[in-house]
Design a protein around this ligand. Sequence first.
Ligand code: SF4
Length: 460
Amino acid sequence: MNSREKKFKIDSESVSFDLKKRKTINHNIGKYTKAVEIGKNYFSDLEKAKDTAGAIKDYVINNLDQLLTKFEKNAKENNMDVLWAKNADEVIKQVLAIAKRHDTKLVVKTKSMVSEEIELNDALEQNKIRSLETDLGEFIVQTAGEKPFHILTPAMHKSKEDVAELFHEKFGTKEDAGPEELAHYVRNFLREQFVSADMGITGANFLLADTGSIALTENEGNGLLTMSWPKTMVVIAGFEKIIPSVSDLDLFWPLVSVMGTGQNMTAYNSIISGPKADDDTDGPEHVYVILFDGGRSTLFDEEEHNLALKCIRCGACLNYCPIYLNVGGYTYDTVYTGPIGSVISMYLDDSKDTGHLNFASSLCGKCTEVCPVKIPLHKLLLLNRKKLVEEGSAGFVEKAGMKYYQKYMLKRSKLERIGAGWKNFGMKSFGKKAWGPRRAPLEFPNESFAKRWMKKDKGK
Ligand code: SF4
């Protein structure tokens, strides 16, 4: 067992039994799932929409190279600089070089999980460039010195009282300030930063191959300000964000919105197709797009597993996952959490040694059911488990145990041959640790359920 797996076991036990933490997580996620259930009615045929979106994303996986080449060509024609980065070091070097070229002291950022993968804020700060998160949730976790808890709602683990206390401590706002007052404070504070920032850094919800554009969707308008105020704009995106056409947005924007937050459309939807033109009143003078790998090619090379690259990061599979609801985001100790995080993390550069997360699932299939692009998440968890076992993750005892388990479970007559005494002895001697201290002790009865049922039938 590696150190990350050990930590996961300790942390998951600790969070699951911390009722205060669980109450906050369940309350906050509950608000989203309730809204999503209502929001699904915006679609007259949600299943058809999911099928279509899934099929478009299948097409993307099968034609990734052509679509990326097309995007690069069109983006360059739009006067954007397109750069490719194999790993985090390459992205950081590219961003620092751009920052130097444009004499950058202050960066404003929108929420971007890729920037978490490469730990961009730390790298910028180390190079004396101030980097400020502008999404409210990201701003809260940055102020608290924490990482995002959830891919869509970074401060989901915090109650409004937690935020009021944090802001009181850091900014001197009122101790009992309400959400509106705190949002107002952040809005005023950030407006000044947007105006003085030299560079805006964003992620991309979608890269549009046919127009060579970037599509961003958000609720606070911070993305719009990040891309329109600073003179230099840098977009860092995982290459799987590509979709064939701008016209596909009429499906993907509402889908990501309904399944993420229950809104029919998020409040701000922007398409950037290059730097400011001569007759434009605002916009950046330079736009750079960095297409990031970071382990995605490794995942792409794995047939079937690569279906995980279809993800549009709506966050629904996290919100509906019974494991995520109980252990929360930080326990995963990875940038991407919940079912999709468990499936992709072991392939990504920043999350090696996280194969154990594939076993942290009840395989109930709810993640697969809710996914708007029809990723068979519970099957991918199983495929990853198979791969890990084939690569030697299971020890001799586990393998032998599973072999005998299979042999006896497949034939009732064989299973019946082992008496209750032996089964109880086996559980007490070898299965006690796996059964855990919190469950009531397992006691096999002398007669199996099947035998008792047969007797009951005969007695009729
Ligand atoms: S795997 Fe599906 S449900 Fe989960 S975040 Fe991605 S698109 Fe959403």
